[in-house]
Design a protein around this ligand. Structure first.
Ligand SMILES: Nc1ncnc2c1ncn2[C@@H]1O[C@H](COP(=O)(O)OP(=O)(O)O)[C@@H](O)[C@H]1O
Ligand SMILES: [Mg+2]
Length: 235
């Protein structure tokens, strides 16, 4: 799905935390959003995922305004994913249950994605008792199990080990290249943004300062504030 953002504004109190003229995201690309704390990244992501209302502005998904049909094809994963107090299997199967898939399909799809994430041995474990990295994989498996077209991820690999990061990136890339899923990922990991994302958006103070091909933005930023932000990362 393409996303078209027009004159988007989000105000808290009297502070504009997101203020975007236009932004176009194209189906089938992988996008990264980078920028300092408080830049408005999470707010923008939640608005695009339909979880929060904008104060003003419009968003189009393939020319339509957000509706239930579109929302059924969208998934969002919070920085601190919330897992249900039940088994790993039930957590991952949940989106399929609410979409009324039949029992056999639920079983097959859930097993298959657990294999993909190498978490099959956690199947009957209580999801709320998992380690940080395990929780992140379970949450992402749950987000992907119904094959969404749009995937919104808020810092999906913060505080997890390199092997798990590699696995998660592989799964995201595979879904993107094979199924045309469009991931939009907030990350503080610049190496990851460069590796995984086709294009990167640099946000500061609610605005899009720079937006372009990821290697270009990260290795050769054009704007002073992008350069300043990136200079704190050793690359
Ligand atoms: N529910 C809220 N009420 C008031 N202010 C908020 C709320 N959510 C976010 N903000 C403020 O909006 C700004 C942008 O926040 P956020 O989108 O979380 O930034 P980022 O994800 O880039 O760190 C911050 O100054 C934050 O304090
Ligand atoms: Mg945030």
């Amino acid at each position: 799905m393409d996303i078209n953002v027009k004159s988007l504004n989000k105000v808290y109190g009297n502070k504009a935390v997101v203020n975007i003229d236009t932004l176009t995201l194209r189906k089938g690309k992988i996008y990264g959003i980078i920028g300092p704390n408080g830049a408005g990244k999470s707010t923008l992501l939640r608005i695009m995922a339909g979880l929060e209302d904008a104060t003003a502005g419009r968003m189009f998904y393939n020319e339509s305004l957000l509706n239930d049909r579109i929302l059924r094809n969208v998934t969002y994963m919070d920085q601190r994913p919330y897992l249900l107090r039940t088994s790993v299997f039930n957590n991952i199967a949940y989106p399929l249950k609410i979409r009324k898939y039949d029992k056999k399909t639920i079983e097959n799809k859930t097993r298959e994605i657990m294999r993909e994430f190498k978490i099959g041995d956690l199947s009957s474990q209580l999801a709320t008792s998992l380690s940080g990295g395990e929780s992140q994989k379970v949450a992402l498996a749950r987000a992907l199990v119904f094959e969404p077209q749009l995937l919104f991820l808020d810092e999906p690999t913060a505080n997890i080990d390199p092997n798990s990061i590699e696995l998660i990136e592989k799964v995201i890339l595979k879904r993107n290249r094979e199924k045309g899923m469009t991931p939009i990922i907030i990350t503080h990991n610049m190496a990851q943004a460069k590796r995984l994302c086709d294009e990167v958006i640099f946000m500061d103070e609610g605005k899009i300062i720079e937006f372009g091909e990821s290697k270009q933005v990260i290795l050769d930023p054009q704007k002073e504030s992008t350069r300043k932000f990136l200079s704190i990362y050793a690359m």
